[in-house]
Design a protein around this ligand. Structure first.
Ligand code: GLN
Length: 513
């Protein structure tokens, strides 16, 4: 493995701008790493070798010509396959979109291109972002680089695994109920769901529009901030895009690592701390140690209560499928994507083609949610289910408002467990859904959340995550506290957490193929 692939994005940016390395060298090092490990890890659905090298060469030429380039120009990035990329295949992990090459870029992707980041390829994900393990991808699962027999989290398992396997220094994600934060938690990486509306949803293949939010995935808090800054911003193409109030997250990350967090109030959410949540003992132990470090750094820890959080998961599993069932109605075999003729029918009707296509194109989890959502929205049930769930959403927002009156930032474990074995929860959707018990409230309230590694949490030496939550449009607080905690933890471990991950050698990889 080239030493360049171990570097943070901030380091690479520095090496690139000082001319010590070229963008082509950095890109080639990551492409080589992908060649070395991805047949085993399967982070990528598509590797864009040619266009990545061409983009990198263009950055080098622009730099040589003295052009003023963005802070991450020439740094490679992996893009979740839910984001449309002009000229590169985009499937959202579904058979429905197999072979589709979008004619346009998502706004986020346009911003990456304008910032001259080099897109390495598209990362694997649960179909249409539904899942917590990446096992619902129509193209086979991604494996966790910490243990190839375990899941990398989901839905953005491909992006998280690409970071943890040193295939990319940065990646993008989307988070509807935890799909950025939970994969970060189980792979020992950093993931941020920004305030709803801070990152444009234009060109993000929709799951549940009132919850979906794009965000950065990285190996350090500063790297996540640098990428956050590129991704976020107002967008006339997204009617829910925020028109203002974008805090300086990079400055916050730098300040947190330097001046720390003395005097800040940190609220521990009682309902997300043990109890019935099925939290693994090691996950809670690492969480409590992180709190002790924060206290030592001068933060004040208070306990807050958010009683409606016990209804967050059920409310999410009504609102999300309701919106998803509407959003996925467009896959009708007529406009784009898959079209399957019904077997043995002469001159089939449009309805018959639609039915055959949707039966063949969607996987089981997607069908489950379409059925659930269609049922919840049907007349006679709408008020009882969808209406009640929307009321819960208001209660959760009120709980957060009350909690933020007592604390600057709230904390909880990110996911209740470390990475579980592949297949362990596939036959039990409810236990899979419980992975997001701590992450879903932020989506229902539209507030920002971050997951960063809290330590190794079980006898198998697997990582766990701590979640930080801040009020809407106060994303900077996550970065200030996250950077402070990260520097304390890294000091206590004597290095980055991924330095403790087993090396992916040829033998382990061979055994998986
Ligand atoms: N795991 C959650 C779900 O399956 C969240 C998914 C997401 O955030 N896209 O719905």
């Amino acid at each position: 493995m080239s030493e360049l692939t171990r570097r943070t994005a901030a380091d690479l940016a520095q090496l690139l701008s000082s001319g010590e390395v070229s963008a082509v060298e950095v890109t080639q090092a990551h492409l080589d790493r992908i060649t070395e490990v991805d047949a085993g890890v399967h982070s990528f659905l598509h590797v864009a070798t040619e266009s990545a090298l061409a983009d990198a060469a263009a950055v080098d030429a622009a730099r040589a010509a003295g052009e003023d380039l963005g802070p991450l120009a020439g740094v490679p990035i992996a893009v979740k396959d839910v984001m449309t990329t002009q000229g590169l295949p985009t499937t959202a992990g579904s058979k429905m979109l197999e072979g589709w090459v979008p004619p346009y870029d998502a706004t986020v992707v346009r911003k990456l291109r304008e910032g001259r980041l080099v897109m390495l390829g598209k990362t694997n994900m649960d179909e249409f972002a539904m899942g917590s393990s990446t096992e619902h991808s129509a193209y086979g699962p991604t494996r966790n680089p910490w243990d190839l027999n375990r899941i990398p989290g989901g839905s953005g398992g491909g992006s998280a695994a690409a970071l943890a396997a040193f295939e990319a220094p940065l990646a993008t994600g989307t988070d509807t109920g935890g799909s950025i934060r939970q994969p970060a938690s189980v792979t020992g990486t950093v993931g941020v769901k920004p305030t709803y509306g801070a990152v444009s949803r234009y060109g993000l293949i929709a799951m549940a529009s009132s919850l979906d939010q794009g965000g950065p995935c990285a190996r350090t808090v500063l790297d996540a901030a640098l990428l956050h800054e590129v991704m976020a911003g107002p967008d006339p193409l997204d009617s829910t895009s925020l028109t203002g109030g974008y805090p300086d997250v990079v400055a916050a990350a730098r300040a947190g690592a330097k001046d720390g967090i003395a005097g800040l109030k940190i609220g521990v959410i009682r309902e997300l701390h043990g109890g019935e949540g099925g939290y693994q003992a090691g996950v809670l132990a690492r969480f409590d140690e992180s709190l002790a470090l924060l206290t030592k750094a001068g933060a004040e820890i208070v306990e807050v209560s958010c009683p409606s959080f016990t209804a967050a998961l059920p409310a999410y599993y009504l609102i999300m499928p309701s919106e998803a069932s509407s959003n996925l109605a467009k896959f009708d075999a007529m406009r784009y994507g898959l079209r399957v003729g019904p077997q043995g029918v002469e001159g089939p009707s449009a309805e018959q083609v639609m039915a055959a296509t949707r039966a063949a194109g969607f996987g089981d989890e997607v069908k489950r949610r379409i059925i659930l959502g269609t049922y919840a929205l049907s007349s006679g049930y709408y008020d009882a289910y969808y209406g009640s769930a929307q009321k819960v959403r208001t209660l959760i927002q009120r709980d957060f408002a009350a909690a933020f009156a007592q604390a600057d930032v709230l904390v909880s474990p990110t996911a209740p467990t470390t990475a579980f074995p592949l297949g362990a929860k596939l036959d039990d959707p409810l236990s899979m859904y419980l992975q997001d018990v701590a992450t879903i409230p932020a989506n229902l309230a539209g507030i920002p959340g971050m997951s960063l590694p809290s330590g190794l949490a079980d006898e198998d030496g697997l990582p766990a995550g701590i979640q930080l939550l801040a009020p809407a449009q106060a994303d900077d607080r996550l970065y200030r506290v996250g950077a402070a905690l990260e520097s304390l933890l890294v000091e206590s471990w004597g290095g980055q957490i991924l330095d403790k991950a087993p090396v992916l050698d040829a033998k382990t990889l061979e055994a998986i193929r």
